[in-house]
Design a protein around this ligand. Structure first.
Ligand SMILES: Nc1ncnc2c1ncn2[C@@H]1O[C@H](COP(=O)(O)OP(=O)(O)OP(=O)(O)O)[C@@H](O)[C@H]1O
Ligand code: SF4
Ligand SMILES: [Mg+2]
Length: 340
C-alpha cells in the first residue's frame, strides 16, 4: 500500500451534520373543509429524520438498524443524494454536496450508488440485462461503444452472472440473480460508496448468504464503503464494522459491531438484543420490543423511547438525551449515563 493510500484509509467519506427530513402530511378533504370552517386543524408533519450526525469512514461497513418507520430509508436516500434534507449538511470527501455546482454534485451522485430491497421493481422489465448494466456507463462516458460488450461482460462476471445470458430480460432470472443484476448495474458506474437498503431482505436465507458474501468480496476487491440498512440484526452483525441504531428519527446508539452485541448501552438496543433468540440467529427481528412503536407524527417528548423504557425517569419525559461517548468508539443517548 502506498503512503498516500495509507493516509486516505479511514478518512471521512460521508459526514452528516444535523441532518433532518420532515414530510408534510397533507390535509384530506374533511380536514380541508374543517379548516375552512375555522377548526384548528393543521397539516401534520412527520419528523422522519431528526438532527442526525453521522460519519462514515473510507472502507467502513456501517450497519443502520431500527424498527420499521424509524427513518432508515429516508436517511439512506439523503446520503445517496436522491432526497434533499430539510436541514443540515452532507459532506462527501470533505465537500458540501448540497452546495456544489451541478456538475460536481452529479459526479458525487454517480460515485454513490444505492441497492434496493426489490430489484425487480428497480429493473426496467423491457430492457435486456446488457443494457440495464451498460447504459449508464455509456451515457457517462465511462466506457466507449467499442469497449461496451467486454465491459458489460466484466461487470456481469464480477457480480456472479454468466455473460452468456446478457440478452435476457429481468423476469428470466431468479430473485438472487436479479439482485446480482442490480449490483452489476450499480458497480458499472464505478462508485466508491454503496447504500444498501434491505438489499437481501426479500431473498431466501441461503441466497441471502450468497449475496452477503458477494458484498463482502466486492468490498475488498473494489475498495468500497457501505451503509448497510437492515431490520435484521443477524445480517448487520455479519457484515458491519460499526452499527448505528435509530429510534423514531434519531440515532440512539452507535458503536463497533462487537461492542453493540456484547455490551449494548442504550435500553432500546438492549431490548432489541433481548428479543434475539440465542441459537437461531436467523430470526433476529425487532418485533418483540415491548409496547407499540409511537407515531412519528406525534413522537413522545424528551427521550422518544420513554413510554417503552423499563428504566424511564421523570427527566426522560422532558429532556432529550444527547448522544455522547460512553466508551471508546461507543456513543449512546441515555440519561442513565449521567448517573454513573
Ligand atoms: N415520501 C414520504 N412522504 C411522507 N412520509 C414519508 C415519506 N417517506 C417516508 N415517510 C415517513 O417517514 C417515516 C420514516 O420512513 P422510512 O421509510 O425512512 O422508515 P424505515 O426505517 O426505512 O422503515 P422500514 O423498515 O419499514 O423500511 C415514516 O413515518 C414514513 O411514513
Ligand atoms: S433516557 Fe430515559 S427513557 Fe430514554 S432510554 Fe435512557 S432511561 Fe430510558
Ligand atoms: Mg425502509
Amino acid at each position: 500500500m502506498s503512503a498516500a493510500m495509507k493516509l486516505d484509509a479511514g478518512a471521512p467519506m460521508v459526514e452528516l451534520r444535523g441532518i433532518s427530513r420532515r414530510f408534510e402530511k397533507k390535509l384530506d378533504f374533511a380536514g380541508k373543509i374543517a379548516k375552512r370552517l375555522g377548526a384548528p386543524v393543521r397539516e401534520e408533519v412527520v419528523h422522519a429524520v431528526d438532527k442526525v450526525d453521522l460519519t462514515i469512514r473510507k472502507g467502513e461497513v456501517v450497519g443502520l438498524v431500527g424498527e420499521s418507520g424509524c427513518g432508515k430509508s429516508t436517511l439512506g436516500r439523503m446520503v445517496a443524494g436522491i432526497l434533499p434534507p430539510s436541514d443540515g449538511v452532507i459532506m462527501r470527501n470533505g465537500t458540501d454536496i448540497l452546495s456544489r455546482s451541478s456538475a460536481a454534485a452529479r459526479e458525487m451522485k454517480l460515485r454513490t450508488q444505492m441497492i434496493f430491497q426489490d430489484p425487480y421493481a428497480s429493473l426496467n422489465p423491457r430492457m435486456r440485462v446488457a443494457d440495464i448494466v451498460g447504459e449508464a456507463p455509456l451515457v457517462h462516458g465511462i466506457v466507449s461503444r467499442s469497449g461496451y460488450d467486454a465491459y458489460v461482460d466484466e461487470q456481469m462476471r464480477r457480480a456472479g452472472l454468466d455473460p452468456a445470458f446478457k440478452r435476457r430480460y429481468p423476469h428470466q432470472f431468479s430473485g438472487g440473480q436479479r439482485q446480482r443484476i442490480g449490483i452489476a448495474r450499480a458497480l458499472a458506474v464505478k462508485p466508491d460508496f454503496i447504500v444498501c437498503d434491505e438489499a437481501v431482505a426479500a431473498l431466501d436465507v441461503s441466497i441471502q448468504a450468497q449475496i452477503l458474501n458477494l458484498f463482502i468480496r466486492l468490498r475488498t476487491e473494489l475498495d468500497l464503503t457501505y451503509l448497510f440498512i437492515s431490520h435484521d440484526l443477524g445480517v448487520v452483525e455479519h457484515i458491519s464494522d460499526r452499527v448505528v441504531i435509530m429510534y423514531l428519527g434519531r440515532v440512539v446508539e452507535e458503536a463497533p459491531s462487537e461492542t453493540v452485541f456484547a455490551q449494548p448501552n442504550h435500553p432500546y438496543t438492549q431490548s432489541l438484543l433481548a428479543s434475539v433468540p440465542r441459537i437461531e440467529s436467523r430470526k433476529r427481528a425487532f418485533s418483540v420490543v415491548k409496547g407499540e412503536i409511537p407515531s412519528p407524527l406525534n413522537p413522545p417528548s424528551g427521550c422518544h423511547f420513554h413510554p417503552r423504557c423499563p428504566h424511564a425517569m421523570e427527566r426522560c419525559k422532558v429532556e432529550v438525551p444527547v448522544l455522547r461517548e460512553v466508551a471508546p468508539g461507543q456513543r449512546s443517548a441515555c440519561h442513565l449515563n449521567d448517573q454513573a
